[in-house]
Design a protein around this ligand. Structure first.
Ligand code: FE
Ligand code: FE
Ligand code: ZN
Length: 179
């Protein structure tokens, strides 16, 4: 059904985000398995936890609206995830594969950031401030995840560079937080 009001468009966008989060929850374990860097694995594992709570946050918003969270398929996220997993599957070199995982994960984060920014703005316009705050919280987490991936890329992309001596260690900070 096509939305005919900002309220309906808002609900449609929330459903799209909800489906996107479900897809990410399904896809992340595969990426965690494919990752070699412990820091990257940890960051993705932590983001999986955060993603689950983001889905719960959306359910809370739907509860308040008296609407069902299901019913929309996020084709965009489907494409982003499919492209990422196709890319990662073909890469044999562990460092290059980690770089590919980061490249794909950052596309996921940016796609989510676009959706949450829009939904947050609609919530505020519609006077739904509590939902607006929850959506802002998720938006902040996605930004933080993106930032952590950028920091990890600083180290991992260098490892993936040709001519880098295998086994040569870079200074990795343990237990870095990702949202
Ligand atoms: Fe998310
Ligand atoms: Fe979508
Ligand atoms: Zn995310």
């Amino acid at each position: 059904m096509k939305p005919n009001s900002l309220q309906e468009l808002y609900v449609e966008q929330l459903r799209d985000l909800y489906d996107a989060e479900q897809q990410i929850i399904k896809a992340l374990p595969e990426m965690i398995d494919a990752a070699t860097s412990e820091d990257l694995k940890e960051a993705l594992e932590e983001h999986l936890e955060v993603t689950r709570s983001q889905a719960t946050r959306l359910e809370k918003i739907f509860g308040k609206l008296g609407e069902k969270p299901k019913g929309e398929q996020c084709k965009g996220m489907h494409g982003v995830i499919e492209e990422g997993s196709d890319l990662v599957d073909d890469v044999e070199d562990a460092d290059v594969r980690d770089a590919a995982i980061i490249a794909s994960a950052q596309r996921v984060e940016h796609y989510e950031m676009a959706g949450y920014g829009t939904a947050r703005t609609y919530a505020k316009l519609l006077g739904q401030n509590e939902a607006g705050e929850l959506l802002q919280q998720t938006l902040d987490e996605e930004k933080e995840a993106d930032q952590t991936l950028t920091e990890l890329a600083d180290e991992i992309n260098v490892n993936a560079k040709p001519g880098k001596l295998k086994g040569e260690k870079t200074t990795a900070t343990k237990g870095r937080k990702v949202a």
